[in-house]
Write a protein that binds this ligand. Sequence first.
Ligand code: VGL
Ligand code: ZN
Length: 207
Amino acid sequence: MKALILVDIQNDFIPGGALPVPEGDKIIPVVNNLLSHFDLVVATQDWHPRNHGSFASNHPGKKVYDVIDLNGLEQILWPDHCVQGSKGAEFVPTLNTNPVEAIFRKGTDPAIDSYSGFFDNGRKKSTGLADYLKGRGVDEVFVVGLAGEFCVNYTILDAAEQGFKTYLIKDATRPLNREQFEKAMQNMRQKGVVIIQSGDILKESDK
Ligand code: VGL
Ligand code: ZN
């Protein structure tokens, strides 16, 4: 069973949003074309309360991209983004969410950030995603979405660690920073993650 995980394809992560990923919108048609090629599609949604500890605005004297200690963990401070119930937190309207069977929200605890769709950054709390996938008989996980070196990267590393055969579909993601993303991909490969292009999937099923 093959599952496709859509990571944080939300308005705030595309150009015009609060934390825009360069060319983030370019992945939408690619993702839409992939959807029908999987047994199961799930999505993650960054879903922060207004008082979230990852927002620079909640730390007087600090600015965006400063790094602080947040309850014992290193935390990059972000612009306010993906606030629960806001337009920015909604999925990009041109994304076809009809095939999405379940949505896993993360980053809801103001005290801790959550890049991975599986666990918070302190690995204290699970979202239930691994159990859900296992319960559905999934053994292969394909990951797409935003941002490449943050939520996509950490979701992939946790998927691999949870025992799923894990793939990154490279043209269906974009990073905030290209160099950091290259490093993240090297690390993924070392952990057995396979990096492919959407064309590899589309061709295979056309046979
Ligand atoms: C993300 C920074 C903060 C992401 C989420 O989806 O990659 N990045 N929150
Ligand atoms: Zn966030």
